[in-house]
Design a protein around this ligand. Structure first.
Ligand code: ATP
Ligand code: MG
Length: 421
């Protein structure tokens, strides 16, 4: 026997049973995005590697070790998108979207690819939905973005188990001040820091704050806070955002160690975590990125965005309210006599065309097996097509819930069922 081909490590098959939950979540996302007046954008799955190197940053985990890059026939280096902010911004610039309106509010959903160690809630192909608002520098845009994700959580009924952590890294002047303040604090302990953090001490010292190494964590506990290094404008922006969140009754906690892994952030950064998850507890991350559009060759346009991991979000939904999978099948057509296969097919084709969700057996199984199948699928009704009834243009329609049954003409089946469901 030939070997079975196995799926690639760290990727998932989403099977129909589970896909129902995905569809429900996607429905909520689409709905809320529309309510907040965001338009959907669907950029390509792969881009030039250069886009991520420049847009995400060489020193990030993503670019330094997680990208799926390959060379195509034209010898270009391409990369399966590890995130979509860079792609959305590239598209915004390339398609001159600023000409359509000075603020572009965009949302997306799709698979992302990162070569990391697979574990629960961490995969090599995973799905994100996210949103970007490009064009406004003002705090109300930050607040609207956060409110947007919070509205999705509310709709899913999971705000209780979720915490919004927020911080500000300020503008470039504030970050420069903080950078030297932090370096000054850490310098005497430099040799005690983890290897990665020692390397980052010069290149990207802020990242030392979110190091997972116990030795680093101990040291940064008493480090000076970035909030205390914000210049007046950055401080004012941040405080406004907090006040606006309060006005919408969106609870938050300030997290002085939150810096987020990406290089492009300015001002507000945030993360939503859930206590229903284990080590991989972040369900959404985002922040303002006022310099990215310019760095990718566009105008001097401020922006803010976030992305949420669908697999993790569904783990939270599942933990809080285990799914009761309701059947969506209205009708199962049971065919008593194989000679009636053609009229049966005609009938089901008609009913489906009229909007009913219907199924029938195509294995020509016994009456009993067909009945069992209808049951297994949790169909609301069964219609039995027998030789006698067929002559009269009727089927025997049985309501699975009430047990009632009656002979109904072909043309009345749809109305009869639609009355009920
Ligand atoms: P983490 O700290 O867990 O690695 P991250 O900072 O790399 O997350 P982002 O790049 O901000 O994550 O992506 C946004 C969201 O996408 C995360 O909050 C998480 O829900 C999800 N996510 C990120 N990486 C993965 C992955 N490998 N598998 C599944 N979901 C992921
Ligand atoms: Mg990561």
């Amino acid at each position: 026997m030939p070997d079975k081909v196995q799926r690639v490590k760290g990727v998932n098959d989403i099977l129909p049973g589970e896909a129902k939950q995905w569809q429900a979540l996607e429905g909520v996302v689409k709905n809320v995005m529309t309510r907040f007046a965001f338009g959907e954008i669907r950029p390509p799955i792969f881009e030039k590697t250069e886009l991520f190197a420049r847009g995400v940053g060489e020193d990030t985990d993503i670019v330094s070790k997680e990208m799926y890059s390959f060379t195509d026939m034209g010898q270009s280096s391409l990369t399966l998108r590890p995130e979509l902010t860079a792609g959305v911004v590239r598209s915004y610039i390339q398609n001159n979207l600023q000409q359509l309106s000075p603020v572009q509010k965009l949302w997306y959903e799709g698979p992302m690819f990162r070569q990391e160690r697979p574990q629960k809630g961490r995969y090599r192909q995973f799905w994100q939905f996210g949103a970007e608002a490009i064009g406004s520098p003002n705090p109300e845009q930050d607040a609207e973005m956060i409110a947007l994700f919070y509205a999705i959580l509310s709709e899913l009924g999971i705000t209780e188990s979720v915490t919004l952590k927020i911080n500000s890294v300020g503008d470039s002047e504030s970050r420069a001040t903080y950078r030297s303040t932090l370096q000054e604090y850490l310098r005497p302990h430099l040799s005690a820091l983890s290897e990665t953090s020692q390397r980052r001490f010069e290149t990207n010292p802020l990242r030392i704050l979110d190091s997972k190494a116990p030795i680093d964590r101990e040291l940064v506990k008493d480090a000076p806070k970035i909030r205390d290094c914000l210049n007046a404008a950055s401080d004012a922006h941040y405080k406004q955002v907090l006040r606006m969140l309060e006005s919408m009754e969106i609870p938050y906690v300030q997290d002085d160690l939150l810096v987020r892994g990406l290089d492009y952030y300015t001002h507000t950064i945030f993360e939503f975590t859930s206590d229903a998850l284990g080590a991989q507890d972040a369900i959404c991350g985002g922040g303002r990125y006022n310099d990215l559009v310019k760095e990718l060759g566009g105008g001097d346009v401020p922006a803010i965005g976030w992305a949420s991991g669908i697999e993790r979000l569904l783990l939270v939904v599942e933990a809080l309210k285990p799914h009761v999978a309701g059947s969506e099948l209205d009708l199962f057509l049971i065919v008593e006599d194989d000679a009636l296969r053609i009229p049966a097919l005609q009938l089901i084709h008609q009913w489906r065309g009229a909007g009913l969700s219907c199924d029938m057996d195509t294995l020509r199984r016994s009456l009993k097996s067909q009945m069992r199948e209808a049951n297994r699928q949790g169909s609301k009704f069964v219609a039995i097509l027998g030789a006698e009834a067929f002559k009269n243009g009727k089927v025997l329609l049985k309501d699975f819930d009430s047990g009632e049954q009656e002979a109904v003409t072909f043309n009345n089946v749809v109305t009869r069922i639609q009355q009920d469901v």
